[in-house]
Design a protein around this ligand. Structure first.
Ligand code: ARG
Length: 485
C-alpha cells in the first residue's frame, strides 16, 4: 500500500474526497497500488469536476436503455430495472447521500458502479453499444445546451433593465466620447440602448451555436459506431436533439459546441466588461454621473469616504478568465488527431468555470443597472464642456452659410481655439468674437450651442435625439416582453 504522495511543495496530492480509501484503485487493480498509482489516479480522474454532469449522464443512460429495449437488444425487464435503478441513483445524488469515488474515475463509472450495487448484473447491459466517448460528448453537449438557454434568459433580463432605464433617461443629456475625449452630447438612454443592441447580437451568436450543437452523438460508441441495431434517431429525440450526428468519428472528436459557446461567452464578457469599465468611471467623484446603490457598493476598511464599485470591477476582471477559457479549449483541441483523446477531458473545467461566472456577471450587471441613480445635472454640465457642440456649430455654418463642411470644420476649429484661449465655453463667446473669424455668423448661432438642442437635432435614423431614443426603447421593451426564454 502506498502512502499518500506529497508534492515537491509539500501538498498532499490526495484532496477533496472523504470517506473512501483513496489508495485502493478499483479501476487499475493490484498492479497500480503503489505510489505512482496515486499520481495516475490523480491525473486521470475527472470525477472532481464531471460529477456536475450527473443529471445529463443519467438522462442519457435512460434514453439509451429505453432504446436498447425497444430494439430488442436488452430485455424489457432488464431495461425497466436499469431505468428504476438510475432514478434511485439520481435521487441519492440529489439528496447528497451518494458517495463519489475517485477510483472510479468519472461520472459515467460512478453512476454505473452504483447501479450495479442496486440492480445487480443487469446493470452491466447498459453499456451495450455505447462508449464513454459518445457518453461524455452527449453529456457535455446537454450541459452546454442547458447553460446556453439559461444565459439567454439572463441576457434578456439584462436587456429589459437596460431598455427600461433607457426609456427613463431618453432625454438625460450626457457627454458622448470618442478617444474618451468629449465628442458630442448624447443621452444616457441612447448610451444604454447601445448595450441592448450588443446583447441582441450576443443572443444571436448563442442561438446560432445552439442550433449547430443540437445533434446527438450518442450511439457513435467508441468511434466507429456499433454492430448492434440501435436507433439513434430515437435517443436523439428522447434527449431533445434535432437529429443524431452523421459521422461517428466526428461525433466523439467534436468540441465545436464548447468552442463556439465559449467564443460567444467571451464576446459577451467583453461587452459586459466595457459597460463595467464605464460604470467604474461614471461613479468616480471626478465624473460623478451615477451612483451605485448601497446594495452594489462596498466600503474601504481604511478610507471611510470610499464607495467602491467592486461588482463592476469583478465583471471587468472576470472577462479575463472567460476569454482564458476559450483560449484553453482552442489550444487544447488544435493538435488532436481524430478521434477521441484523453486531452479532451480538459475541455470541461474551462467551461464549468467560465459559463457560471458569466451567469454571475449578467446577474450582477442587471442588479447594478437596475438601481443605480443618475446625476442628470452633473451629466449635463459635463456634456457641455470640452466644446462638445463644436460639430453643431460647423453644421450651422454648412446649413446657414452653405459653407462646404471642410471649410466649416476649419472655421469652427479657429473659434474653438479662441474660446479655449479665453478658457470659456463656445456659448460664452460674443457674437463679435465669432464674427472676427467668420463675419457672416449671426446670433441665431447661439441656438445650436446648447447641449439639449444639440441632442434634439440628431434625428437621423439611429441618432441620439430623445424622441428617437424613446421610440427605440419602447420598441425593445415591446419586443423583449414578447420574447419567451
Ligand atoms: N472523463 C472522460 C472525458 O471527460 C470521459 C471519456 C473517457 N473515455 C475514455 N476512453 N477514457 O473525456
Amino acid at each position: 500500500m502506498a502512502s499518500a504522495m506529497k508534492t515537491p511543495l509539500g501538498r498532499n496530492w490526495v484532496t477533496g474526497f472523504s470517506g473512501e480509501d483513496v489508495m485502493s484503485n478499483k479501476m487499475w487493480g493490484g498492479r497500480f497500488e503503489t505510489g505512482p498509482a496515486a499520481i495516475m489516479e490523480e491525473i486521470n480522474a475527472s470525477i472532481g469536476f464531471d460529477r456536475r454532469l450527473w443529471r445529463q449522464d443519467i438522462d442519457g443512460s435512460k434514453a439509451h436503455v429505453t432504446m436498447l429495449a425497444r430494439q430488442g437488444i436488452v430485455t424489457e425487464a432488464d431495461a425497466a430495472a436499469i431505468a428504476k435503478g438510475l432514478d434511485q441513483v439520481a435521487g441519492e445524488i440529489e439528496a447528497g447521500s451518494f458517495t463519489f469515488s475517485r477510483a472510479l474515475e468519472d461520472i459515467h463509472m460512478n453512476v454505473e458502479s452504483r447501479l450495479r450495487e442496486i440492480v445487480g448484473e443487469a446493470a452491466g447491459r447498459l453499456h451495450t453499444a455505447r462508449s464513454r466517448n459518445d457518453q461524455i460528448a452527449t453529456d457535455f453537449r446537454l450541459w452546454v445546451r442547458d447553460t446556453v438557454d439559461e444565459l439567454d434568459g439572463q441576457i434578456v433580463a439584462l436587456q429589459k433593465v437596460l431598455a427600461a432605464r433607457a426609456l427613463e433617461h431618453a432625454a438625460t443629456v450626457m457627454p458622448g466620447f470618442t478617444h474618451l475625449q468629449s465628442a458630442q452630447p448624447t443621452t444616457f438612454g441612447h448610451h444604454l440602448l447601445a448595450y441592448v443592441e450588443m446583447l441582441a447580437r450576443d443572443r444571436g451568436r448563442l442561438a446560432d451555436a445552439r442550433k449547430r450543437m443540437n445533434e446527438c452523438p450518442l450511439g457513435a460508441a467508441a468511434l466507429c459506431g456499433t454492430s448492434f441495431p440501435i436507433d439513434r434517431h430515437m435517443t436523439a429525440a428522447a434527449l431533445g436533439f434535432d437529429r443524431p450526428t452523421a459521422n461517428s468519428l466526428d461525433s466523439v472528436s467534436d468540441r465545436d459546441f464548447a468552442m463556439e459557446t465559449l467564443a460567444a461567452a467571451a464576446i459577451i464578457a467583453v461587452h459586459l466588461s466595457r459597460l463595467a469599465e464605464e460604470i467604474v468611471l461614471w461613479c468616480t467623484p471626478q465624473f460623478g454621473f451615477v451612483r451605485l446603490s448601497d446594495a452594489f457598493s462596498t466600503g474601504s476598511s481604511i478610507m471611510p469616504q470610499k464607495r467602491n464599485p467592486d461588482a463592476a470591477e469583478l465583471v471587468r476582471g472576470k472577462a479575463g478568465r472567460i476569454i482564458g477559457a476559450l483560449n484553453a479549449v482552442l489550444v487544447l483541441m488544435k493538435g488532436l488527431p481524430l478521434s477521441y483523446a484523453k486531452d479532451m477531458q480538459e475541455d470541461k473545467e474551462p467551461a464549468f468555470d467560465a459559463l457560471p461566472n458569466l451567469s454571475l456577471c449578467l446577474a450582477a450587471m442587471a442588479g447594478m443597472i437596475g438601481d443605480l441613480t443618475v446625476d442628470a445635472k452633473q451629466m449635463k454640465a459635463a456634456a457641455g464642456s470640452g466644446y462638445a457642440t463644436a460639430t453643431d456649430l460647423a453644421d450651422w455654418l454648412v446649413r446657414t452659410l452653405k459653407m462646404p463642411f471642410r471649410d466649416a470644420h476649419h472655421v469652427t476649429g479657429r473659434i474653438v481655439g479662441l474660446a479655449s484661449a479665453k478658457r470659456v465655453g463656445l456659448e460664452r463667446l460674443t457674437l463679435e468674437e465669432m464674427q472676427a473669424v467668420e463675419p457672416r455668423i449671426d446670433d441665431s448661432i447661439f441656438a445650436v450651442l446648447g447641449v439639449a438642442k444639440s441632442v434634439r437635432s440628431r434625428t437621423s435614423y439611429g441618432g441620439t435625439a430623445p424622441d428617437n431614443v424613446r421610440r427605440q426603447a419602447k420598441r425593445w421593451l415591446r419586443q423583449l416582453a414578447r420574447t419567451s426564454v
